[in-house]
Design a protein around this ligand. Structure first.
Ligand code: FES
Length: 57
């Protein structure tokens, strides 16, 4: 599923960044990939995926 349409970022790639690179918030996620800086609509969803991935691990 695409989370960020503007940059073509999927939930899978966000989860991989959390699990593989220890990403814990949006600021850290944006060090690994471009998202959220166009329309910003994806930011809340991306944050939820980060939080959920941390809880599930
Ligand atoms: Fe992510 Fe627009 S959907 S910046």
């Amino acid at each position: 599923m695409f989370v960020c349409m503007c940059y073509g970022v999927t939930d899978k790639s966000i989860r991989a960044a959390v699990q593989g690179n220890g990403v814990g918030n949006m600021r850290e996620l944006r060090e690994h990939m471009e998202l959220g800086s166009q329309c910003g609509k994806c930011i809340q969803m991306a944050q939820q995926i980060i939080d959920q991935t941390i809880i599930d691990d």
